[in-house]
Design a binder for this molecule. Structure first.
Ligand SMILES: Nc1ncnc2c1ncn2[C@@H]1O[C@H](COP(=O)(O)OP(=O)(O)O)[C@@H](O)[C@H]1O
Ligand SMILES: [Mg+2]
Length: 419
């Protein structure tokens, strides 16, 4: 079996690592870590013509699309049009992530529990509604409808905050077209988790749950990032909560998508807030999470490739065994991230010890020298018999590696952070 992975981050490295245990893996464009496992082609994930030509030449049995941008722009449809099976939704399904306004519409249509909300095209009406809700329930989330790289949600508890957020998105248009339409919803209070389900259009199979850490610094301080670490399993998310989420959220979503004629084949990522013991759906993503995937895949037994192919073909999804082990991933990021940071800092990675796997993200190879090339540089993964052992292994590697110019959180999967 030959699998082409599209993308170049830590998520794609984890996919290449897992899938190369059972298939020949190609990647476009990949990164230096992926290149140790797969043949890489220098074709960007937004170069649809180049990717089509690559598929015609290499005839992969499966294409797995990692990032959301090419999915939202319709890459899965283009490659399916060539007769190549694709794991990843088409443009219609990917709109669940590309448009929060549309995703909210679908949630209501499907009868899914979610924060009360309204969608606005005019700043005046958005503000009027926000002020009303702040009085009534104490706060709102102001959300740019379009994809805004994690910068499109502002939580507001005062009139001033709501006014600033609406001014920034709708009047000053700081997020570009992503902020032209805004969803305002009631603030929920609770703990968050996400569930990733593999879908074949009709049925789904959920991956083990992983918890992520979004803030840059220990103790959940500092700015929001793309994610500074993950662990799995998550003691706070019981099997009953997962089953309830599947029954109340994932199943109804697939059903509503089908009712709209959307054949959703890929990961359905549901972001949830548990309030009063009930899961409320905050958002959909349409791809594997990064860095959730790095922890999740470390816990998977053999057969992921076959499951992804089955999803791509709309066939019954074979269950993939989940190892009775815990996994932790600690992200090492460029000092300064998510603000400005230096690139091109040389990296030398000591060998990964027992149970440790290093996933590369923002790296590049310049004349044979590995250097930093992005904000999140590495995901240091480790498995163990429990979270404590996995965590000890990941941090032992990081301490020994003493990476110049990088920082990492020291409390990933620490007991006091487990919800
Ligand atoms: N209704 C809400 N109540 C409380 N917090 C929210 C609400 N909506 C979003 N958030 C917070 O904002 C974060 C980002 O919102 P989300 O809808 O996931 O957008 P995105 O990931 O696209 O930026 C969530 O992870 C959550 O912490
Ligand atoms: Mg989110």
């Amino acid at each position: 079996m030959k699998i082409l992975i599209i993308g170049s981050g830590g998520r794609e490295h984890a996919l290449a690592w897992k899938l190369s245990q059972e298939a020949e893996v190609l990647a476009a464009p990949g990164n230096p870590g992926i290149a140790e496992l797969a043949q890489c082609f220098e074709i960007a994930s937004n170069d649809f013509a180049g990717l089509e030509a690559l598929c015609n030449r290499e005839k992969p049995d499966l294409v797995v699309i990692g990032p959301e941008d090419p999915l939202i722009a319709g890459l899965a449809d283009r490659i399916r049009g060539l007769g190549v099976p694709v794991f990843g939704p088409g443009r219609d399904g990917a709109a669940l992530e590309g448009s929060k306004a549309l995703s909210k519409e679908l949630m209501v249509e499907a009868g899914i529990r979610t924060a009360a909300h309204q969608t606005f095209l005019e700043p005046e009406t958005a503000l009027y509604y926000s002020l009303q809700r702040i009085q009534e329930v104490g706060g709102v989330a102001v959300k740019a409808s379009g994809a805004a790289l994690g910068k499109g949600v502002v939580l507001c508890r005062t009139a001033d905050e709501a006014e600033d957020a609406i001014q920034m998105m709708m009047v000053d248009q700081e997020l570009g077209p992503a902020g032209a339409t805004v969803v305002v919803e009631d603030l929920l209070v609770g703990f968050e988790f996400s569930l990733l389900s593999l879908c074949n259009g009709k049925e789904f199979w959920s991956l083990p749950v992983a918890q992520d850490y979004k803030r840059a610094l220990d103790g959940d301080r500092g700015p929001n990032t793309g994610g500074m670490g993950t662990y799995s399993p998550v003691p706070a998310v019981s099997p009953a909560l997962v089953a309830q989420t599947e029954a109340d959220v994932v199943g109804p979503t697939l059903h509503a998508l089908r009712a709209r004629g959307i054949d959703y084949r890929g990961v359905l990522f549901t972001g949830l807030m548990v309030q009063g013991g009930q899961p409320y759906l905050l958002e959909y993503n349409v791809r594997f999470g990064d860095p959730e995937t790095q922890s999740i895949l470390q816990r998977m037994g053999p057969g992921l490739g076959a499951a992804l192919v089955a999803c791509a073909l709309g066939e019954p999804i074979p269950e993939v065994p989940v190892l009775d082990q815990a996994a932790v991933t600690v992200v090492a990021a460029s000092r300064g991230y998510p603000g400005a940071y230096r690139k091109g800092v040389p990296l030398s990675l000591p060998p990964a010890g027992d149970g440790v796997t290093i996933f590369q993200a923002g790296t590049n190879s310049v004349e044979g020298q590995l250097v930093t090339a992005g904000g999140r540089v590495l995901g240091v993964g480790a498995i163990g018999t429990d979270l404590a052992e996995a965590r000890t292994r990941a941090y032992a590697w990081l301490e020994a590696a003493d990476l110049e110019g990088l920082y990492f959180r020291r409390d990933i999967a620490a007991p006091e952070t487990l919800a």
